[in-house]
Design a protein around this ligand. Structure first.
Ligand code: PHE
Ligand code: ZN
Length: 856
């Protein structure tokens, strides 16, 4: 259908080609008459020309045009040009004064499997317009710098009819919504269906009452309260932390089962993947609760950072995403503890963004060209974008950051902005020059920071060197402005120089500390103050020292991780390793003063993928089977060495009382499950089996199941779990995922193949497809089987999904982004799968761009 449109060689869009739209659009009137196969959309757009004699170019895809009129006068096909991508009305068919364009189009939501534009999910209508989905609803200047006021009516026989803004009229089969705030089309939303609300109210800082609703399918009402309370906490937090008040009388959230992404910040009508709304102790894990709270906050925070102030064009995506991720990270830190949140975030950053940055898909947080913008909703834009905001915060200090943000809201409310506008508010409010700092936005790649130290006559010197490898399209890299937070410890663990932020701007730069009695132990890059790869030849005793004594919780954990990584790499390469890691783990297990969630994080061994990455960074070729064996071996050895202590913790950390997802309970539960994963390696699955049988919440049930899967002795538990939960789509996604991601590698592919034949493998549903495929690709040694059979299977499924849902197929192709890391044999096999995909006739623009970039 869209094969020609999305041809592999569609030209790239370039940042440097930006031109303002030649018309302003004041108001938009949209009248929907819903029908699964022929929804009618009447659009009335009031334009004012900003230039003389400009043609009106409107985007439109997969639309049936019924009629066009200007100021009430019907146009004939001779008056305009209609193509596969839009409608152009030449200047000579337009008045030179403000005018109204009216179009009538027809669309078929029931046939929309790509889940972009207006589509159906379980009989309910919903929309997804970011980034360029609105053009699949009606002809429109579908670009974020065109902001207009929307007035929407919906006619349809669904009991609930929702759109953005405030409800001005409603009767049976009809609703009318007016959104007073100008917005770009990507924030438009419409929902219609048989929905139930879980409702509340929120009183804003100025005393206005806001009606809050979580809309779900009948039967799900009792799983919404956590999300509703999380919304209220988010609303309060944004008032307190940023002075931002909500600006409509109603705030709606809708849960849908078929959704390409996590959630979407449409004005006043957020639409969520049901996975990130619905929660009950029996069906959601502690981690799910925390994510739900974080995503609810993220989408809510977009109301100011994204909606009131939006992006000029899609190159600026990280303007809204980086900032909003940073804000949701701060929020979760405030709600649940900053130390563990920071560690979780850095784990995710390294696991996804550093990985992306080290391979063929590396791109700047603000890219300067793309073919398909959907392919740029990446860890670099989101997570690295957030790190950059965090660096600005660290460089300016709390007051300075707050002053810059106040200026941002004051200066740019109602505008569509750029990264330049954003940096300018920091410059203007602080008087600092951020031109070098800007490279974080425009340059790709993760800098490596090498450090050496020396001590002489009471003076301690830290000598840094930064280097960024070439990335696709950027061969030369200039030095970045890097905030390096450092503290110095004396040998008895006292902090002799408290945390201070060093600002590195040169390729090589030294910093000295005078007046020290003895040589200190440095704690460098505290709180992970910059998204860089720190290379330091610390010996194991120094790391063990930091793991015990550092005041900075992030660096405490980091020292443990570095130790674990050293040991694992030593094992993979067949080198001697010492006992310091095991000793340090022993000390940590005995340290009852440490936060349980923190101890749990220290007990989790680095992932196989991260070990592969570390080996690659060191110039070694990672061998997936050897990595798996080394990690299993270390886990077994730790379990054996500390079995008594571990067993004691397992017994003593059992929670009592009714379930709560608060850190007070979730922390000890995480510790207990981390302990279980170790003991499981030596107790024949006895504890996991018992916990699985007795668990009353999903955290423990799934934790026990994952442990059983690890040993491959999970058949009975899997069958029982399936029996119990087959009617629950969200829990079944977990079932698909866990048995693949956690199983012994030699079982992964056979299991995946068998699972695709399960009647519950409804592969057109993104969550289900992702569960199975991410389960397989998450099984590092199973995905990277030497014979390439997993690659083939995976590629076959991408090809099968592509015509149905190109966005999801393209995103899932990132399983191959590490292909250059491995040995010749694996590289060739992955490459030939990518080439096979690339050669597929009619491949989507999404997947085609991805395979081309992956192949480099
Ligand atoms: N803007 C959404 C978010 O960050 C993500 C999204 C992008 C959702 C594109 C759907 C489509 O929260
Ligand atoms: Zn976002």
């Amino acid at each position: 259908m869209s094969a020609e449109l999305t041809a592999a060689d569609a030209p790239a869009k370039r940042l440097s080609d930006y031109r303002p739209y030649p018309f302003t659009l004041e108001t938009v009137r949209l009248d929907f008459t819903l029908d699964p196969d022929a929804t009618e959309v009447r659009a009335g757009l009031s334009f004012s020309p900003r230039q003389e004699a400009a043609a009106l170019e409107l985007d439109g895809e997969d639309l049936e045009l019924v009629s066009v009129a200007v100021d009430g006068r019907a146009l004939t096909p001779d008056d305009y040009e209609l193509s596969k991508t839009g409608l152009t009305i030449p200047a000579n068919a337009l008045p030179s004064q403000p005018f109204t364009l009216e179009t009538v189009t027809r669309i078929a939501p029931s046939k929309n499997t790509a889940l972009e534009g207006l589509y159906m999910s379980n009989g309910m209508y919903c929309t997804q317009c970011e980034a360029e989905g609105f053009r699949k609803i009606t002809f429109y200047p579908d670009r974020p710098d065109v902001m207009a006021r929307f007035h929407v009516t919906i006619t349809g026989d669904q009991p609930v009819l929702l759109a953005n803004g405030d409800l001005v009229e409603s009767r049976d089969g009809y609703a009318e919504w007016v959104d007073p705030w100008p917005k770009p089309a990507y924030l438009f939303a419409l929902v219609a269906g048989d929905l139930r609300a879980h409702s509340g109210t929120f009183t804003t800082m100025s005393g206005r009452e806001v009606a809050t609703n979580i809309w779900v399918r009948p039967g799900d009402e009792d799983r919404c309260d956590f999300a509703l309370q999380a919304l209220h906490r988010s609303m309060r937090w944004d008032e307190e932390a940023y002075g931002r008040e909500y600006d409509l009388d109603i705030f709606n959230i809708v849960a849908v089962d078929d959704f390409n992404m996590g959630a979407m910040e449409n004005k006043g009508l957020n639409i969520f993947n049901s996975k990130w709304v619905l929660a009950s102790p029996e069906t959601a894990t502690d981690a799910d609760y925390e994510r739900i709270e974080g995503i609810i906050a993220h989408e809510y925070f977009h109301n100011w950072t994204g909606n009131r102030i939006t992006c000029r064009d899609w190159f600026q995506l990280c303007l809204k995403e980086g900032l909003t991720v940073y804000r949701d990270q701060q929020f979760t830190g405030d709600m649940r503890g900053h130390a563990t949140k920071r560690i979780d975030d850095v784990l995710a950053l390294r696991g996804r963004q550093f990985r992306e940055d080290r391979g063929p898909l590396s791109h700047p947080p603000r890219p300067d060209h793309y073919r398909e913008i959907n392919n740029f909703y990446t860890a670099t834009v989101y997570e690295k974008g957030a790190e950059i905001v965090g660096m600005l915060h660290r460089l300016l200090g709390h007051e300075g950051y707050r002053a810059a943000l106040d200026l941002y809201f004051e200066r740019h409310d109602g505008q569509a902005c750029t990264i330049e506008d954003w940096l300018k508010v920091f410059e203007d409010s602080s008087g600092r020059d951020l031109s070098q700092f800007k490279r974080w936005y425009t340059d790709a790649g993760t800098p490596t920071l090498r450090v050496r130290d020396s001590f002489k006559d009471g003076t301690y010197t830290l000598e840094f060197e930064q280097e960024t490898r070439p990335t696709p399209g950027q061969s030369e890299k200039l030095p970045r402005h890097i905030p390096i937070e450092v503290g110095l410890l004396s040998e008895n663990g006292d902090e002799v120089v408290p945390s201070t932020v060093l600002e590195m701007t040169e390729a090589k730069q030294s910093f000295t500390f005078d007046g020290l009695a003895t040589r200190p132990v440095p704690s460098i890059l505290r709180d992970f103050s910059a998204p860089v790869r720190l290379e330091r030849d610390a010996d194991t005793s120094e790391l063990a020292f930091l793991l015990t004594h550092d005041r900075d919780p992030f660096n405490r954990w980091e020292a443990g991780r570095a130790l674990a990584q050293k040991v694992l790499i030593g094992r993979v390469l067949g080198q001697e390793t010492d006992a310091s890691f095991s000793d340090a783990i022993g000390a940590l297990l005995r340290d009852e003063t440490a936060d349980p969630a923190f101890r749990a994080l220290c007990l989790n061994l680095p992932s196989e993928d991260s070990i592969a990455q570390a080996l690659y960074d060191q110039g070694e070729t990672p061998d997936p089977a050897a990595i798996y064996a080394a990690r299993e071996g270390l886990a077994r050895d730790l379990a054996t060495a500390h079995k008594t202590l571990l067993a004691e913790i397992f017994t003593s950390s059992e929670a009592t009382g009714p379930y709560s997802s608060d850190p007070e309970q979730a922390g000890p539960r995480a510790l207990r499950l981390a302990v279980l994963r170790l003991l499981n390696r030596i107790d024949g699955g006895a504890r996991a089996g018992a916990l699985f049988a007795s668990a009353e919440n999903m955290t423990e049930s799934l934790g026990a199941l994952a442990a059983l899967v690890q040993t491959g002795q999970d058949a009975a538990a899997m069958a029982e779990f399936r029996d119990r939960w087959q009617g629950d789509r969200l829990v079944m996604d977990k079932w698909f995922l866990v048995q693949l991601a956690n199983c012994p590698p030699e079982m992964a592919l056979e299991r995946a193949k068998a699972l695709t034949g399960d009647p519950l493998f409804t592969w057109k549903t993104p969550n289900r497809f992702r569960a199975l495929m991410a389960g397989l690709s998450g099984n590092h040694a199973g995905f990277h089987r030497a014979d390439g059979a997993s690659y083939r299977f995976y590629a076959d499924w991408l090809l099968k999904l592509d015509p149905v849902n190109p966005q999801v197929a393209a995103r899932m192709s990132t399983a191959f982004e590490t292909w250059t890391r491995y040995d010749e044999g694996r590289r060739e096999k992955m490459r030939s799968e990518l080439e096979r995909i690339a050669a597929q006739p009619g491949l989507s623009r999404d997947l085609s761009e991805m395979t081309q970039r992956l192949l480099g």
